[in-house]
Design a protein around this ligand. Structure first.
Ligand SMILES: NC(=O)c1ccc[n+]([C@@H]2O[C@H](COP(=O)([O-])OP(=O)(O)OC[C@H]3O[C@@H](n4cnc5c(N)ncnc54)[C@H](O)[C@@H]3O)[C@@H](O)[C@H]2O)c1
Length: 373
């Protein structure tokens, strides 16, 4: 049996790090990637090893995918459409259809694929789980634009008490947007098709992944990029809401460990895993970590009460299921930010990237401001 692994989206952030690791472990790696010009404006990224077999093509293209699936023992499906743009159908035509096509081709061509790993997202859990003042676990609805406009950031229970977030397990599903809906379908396809057609599958619900090679050119990117670019250029970043929202950042090398572990583990089959950092970090706290990394603790962030409509208030995943496989997050947020900062310093031509990303989001009516600040 071959030890060749196909990584779709393998030229990207998570894919290329996973590819490097598999190569080091003795696998042969084939990458199928469209080299989306938004992510790769200069074509094949310099970091991509020539030892990989690179097929430049689209995961939606049946013939290309059929070729890419020949003689592979495993597939890691990372290629995806991920943006803030309101072209709802593209999330489905890319993410949902490509996943179905992978199973369709494996079944139709009786391909001896022993494992499929599918990339999902913490976004699938939506607002996640909370405890109300009577101790009940509840799943709050997403916050309305009006509520946010009044500066009411927290989820409250029926008595008006602020509810307490709890780490959300991957069994909880409440997709709030087209991206999350498409990822939710990918998860379900992985479980249902995997079992129905006896194609061992594991699904990875990543939290916010951080490290080098994260694209600077994608508007859909988190605080790490924006804050780092700001401090790099000596500007104070803008923090949305009140900065007390907590996030769950996971280091790229821990994500790679998780990918490789589920690829190799039979006990991972037919399961959805939350892949998080195991530590809640508020955005204010994160801001200080980044400022320290860039030696700009003298700068204080702007907190003007703006919000991004559609953001979740708190997002922390329960990673215990993955830890049962022997995995644990080994890298700190500081490690991730330091790696990203080094990567950023090596890049050129980044001026105005923040401004452009911000203008783009304002143009899409995603950023609003509250009347409370
Ligand atoms: N980075 C994160 O924080 C994060 C969090 C949750 C989930 N995810 C998921 O992980 C996966 C990988 O994300 P990433 O951060 O590495 O993204 P990325 O943008 O760095 O890489 C994605 C790669 O896919 C390629 N691609 C896009 N559309 C394609 C298509 N139609 N056909 C072929 N290739 C295509 C791009 O050229 C790019 O190289 C995605 O499925 C994403 O939804 C990422």
């Amino acid at each position: 049996m071959t030890n060749r692994i196909l990584i779709t989206g393998g030229a990207g952030f998570i894919g290329s790090h996973t590819a490097d690791r598999l190569l080091r472990e003795g696998y042969t790696v084939r990458i199928l990637d469209s080299l989306d010009p938004k992510i790769h404006p200069d074509g094949i990224p310099d970091y991509l090893s020539p030892e990989f077999e690179l097929i430049v093509g689209d995961v939606r293209d049946r013939d290309v995918l059929r070729r890419a699936l020949q003689d592979v023992s495993g597939v890691i499906h990372l290629a995806a459409y991920q943006d803030y743009l309101p072209d709802l159908s593209t999330f489905f035509s890319t993410n949902v259809v490509s996943t179905a096509l992978i199973y369709e081709l494996i079944v139709a061509e009786k391909l001896p694929v022993e494992k499929v790993v599918i990339a999902s997202s913490q976004f699938v859990q939506g607002e996640g789980l909370y405890k109300d003042s009577s101790g009940r676990v509840v799943s709050p609805p997403f916050r309305t634009r009006e509520q946010l406009g009044r500066g009411e950031w927290e989820h409250r229970d029926e008595r008006g008490e602020v509810m307490e977030w709890i780490p959300t397990p991957p069994t909880h599903t409440a997709p709030p947007n087209a991206y999350a809906l498409s990822k939710c379908s990918q998860e379900q396809q992985g479980i249902v098709f995997g079992e129905r057609y006896n194609i061992p599958t594991a699904v990875m619900r990543y939290s916010i992944v951080q490290g080098s090679r994260q694209s600077f050119h994608n508007a859909y990117s988190g605080a790490c990029r924006i804050f780092s670019l700001s401090y790099h250029f000596g500007e104070a970043p803008t923090i949305y809401e009140d900065g007390e929202q907590v996030r769950d950042f996971v280091n790229i090398h821990d994500v790679v460990d998780a990918n490789v572990r589920v690829l190799q583990s039979e006990s991972a089959n037919s399961k959805v895993f939350a892949v998080g950092g195991g530590r809640a970090c508020s955005i204010r706290e994160f801001d200080r970590i980044v400022a320290r990394q860039f030696g700009r603790e003298d700068l204080q962030p702007n907190i003007p009460g703006e919000f991004r409509y559609g953001d979740t208030r708190h997002a922390v995943s329960d990673i215990s299921q993955l830890m049962e496989l022997g995995w644990e997050p080994k890298h700190s947020i500081e490690d991730s930010v330091a790696e990203y900062a080094n990567y950023l310093r090596e890049m050129e031509g980044l001026k105005n990237v923040i401004g452009r990303a911000r203008e783009k989001m304002k143009g899409l009516n995603v950023i609003g401001s509250s009347s409370q600040q």
